[in-house]
Design a protein around this ligand. Structure first.
Ligand SMILES: *Cc1c(COP(=O)(O)O)cnc(C)c1O
Length: 380
């Protein structure tokens, strides 16, 4: 039994969410997928399923322990080697999820007196990493979205009063998950270089999708292998599950010795590793997948009058929460799985539809989606 004061609080919180129109509910997948992050259409590829099955048969269904205990099998090492090679980095460390990676690697690096500077629209996992670092005594500075002048001004202000030996870390999404716009990595690297700050870039929505070899935004922007800390996920374009950080050996050693999300969590299971290895192989061997996903997104943006971007994320601004929900539900009724994104995931007053494209989408499906959008937006 839940004690009565807890019941009262939980009821009151539920009523509050409902009154705001912000109650979150889970809707299973249905209709044409134009909202997942399965950009390359690999999630359901039988070759990934086969690789997962083979890995399970050979190495077991579960890892059995954390990596530092008995949880490491040859597939963890093979996957880390494949990711480091693809990202042009010396080393790689797997994490169980991107959330765990971001939330725990930041406090593992930035401690008392240090500073973490974070883009205002960074993913919640980076935000939580900053909060953990702050709890550990670090200064956290949130700079205006993509505004490097604001970032530099904040760094200078902090530095002028920082204790001796204090270090700075800058964290940014590569491609921002709710807007689909991208950070300027060469300029960020330059700025971080001048201020001796460590740059962490989250390539969750860029890995597999951008750059000549699909390695990500750093590759697209000509700084492949030069970002000291590149984080990415295996559960989006690569069709599997899990996350990784690519960096040099010194950083990897620090993370495996101190990132609590790495140390205190059972290792990724072999089937997931098998699928991820096959996902990377296919992402690189079948460039038509990323070309198709990006081409469809470009078509969609053009038709909707949205600015061009290097991503497969197309936000359709709405504004009011209730209207975004109405539009999403109407589109779902027409067979298109479009989801509304509301605060606090996005800033107040900026509720939107978040449409994504993937290699699995047919041309007719995109045409149908555009027609459905026209219908539901005018039928008001
Ligand atoms: C999805 C996402 C994450 C979290 O990754 P998971 O593996 O799903 O936990 C982190 N950062 C960004 C930018 C993301 O979009």
């Amino acid at each position: 039994m839940i004690p009565p004061p807890w019941q009262a609080r939980l009821r009151q919180q539920a009523q509050h969410r409902q009154a705001l129109g912000r109650d979150r509910t889970i809707h299973p997948a249905a209709g044409v997928d134009v909202c997942s992050n399965d950009y390359l259409g690999l999630r359901r590829d039988p070759r990934l399923a086969e690789a997962a099955a083979q890995a399970a048969l050979r190495h077991g269904a579960g890892a059995g322990a954390a990596r530092l205990l008995r949880g490491t099998c040859e597939l963890h090492e093979a996957l880390e080697a494949a990711l480091a090679q693809w990202k042009g980095q010396e080393a790689c460390l797997l994490f169980n999820t991107g959330y765990q990676a971001n939330a725990t690697l930041i406090p593992a690096l930035a401690g008392r007196g240090d500073a973490v500077f974070s883009d205002a629209l960074n993913h919640a996992s980076l935000v939580d990493g900053c909060r953990m670092a702050r709890a550990g005594g670090a200064h956290v500075g949130v700079f205006r979205h993509l505004d490097l002048d604001d970032l530099e001004a904040q760094m200078k202000t902090w530095r002028s009063a920082s204790p001796a030996g204090a270090l700075a870390l800058v964290a940014t999404d590569a491609v921002f998950s709710m807007d689909g716009d991208a950070a300027a990595l060469p300029a960020l690297l330059d700025l971080c270089g001048r201020h001796e700050a460590l740059l962490l870039v989250d390539e969750a929505h860029a890995t597999g999708l951008l750059g000549a070899d699909g390695a990500g935004l750093a590759q697209l922007q000509g700084v492949h292998g030069r970002v000291p800390l590149i984080m990415g996920t295996l559960g989006k374009a690569l069709g599997a599950f899990g996350a990784f950080v690519c960096c040099d050996r010194l950083l990897r050693d620090r993370l495996l010795n101190s990132a609590r999300g790495f140390i205190f969590s059972t290792a990724l299971p072999p089937p997931v590793l098998g699928a991820a290895l096959e996902g990377i192989r296919l992402a690189r061997a079948e460039p038509w997948r990323r070309e198709r996903a990006l081409g469809l997104a470009q078509r969609l943006r053009q038709a909707l009058g949205r600015p061009d971007q290097a991503s497969a994320i197309v936000p359709v601004p709405v504004g009011a929460d209730a209207e975004a929900v109405r539009l999403a539900e109407a589109l779902q009724g027409l067979g298109y799985d479009v989801r509304a994104v509301r605060p606090p995931t996005v800033p107040e007053g900026s509720a939107r539809l978040r449409i994504t494209t993937g290699a699995h989408l047919a041309d007719e499906e995109l045409d149908g989606l555009l027609e459905a959008l026209r219908q539901v937006r005018s039928g008001h």
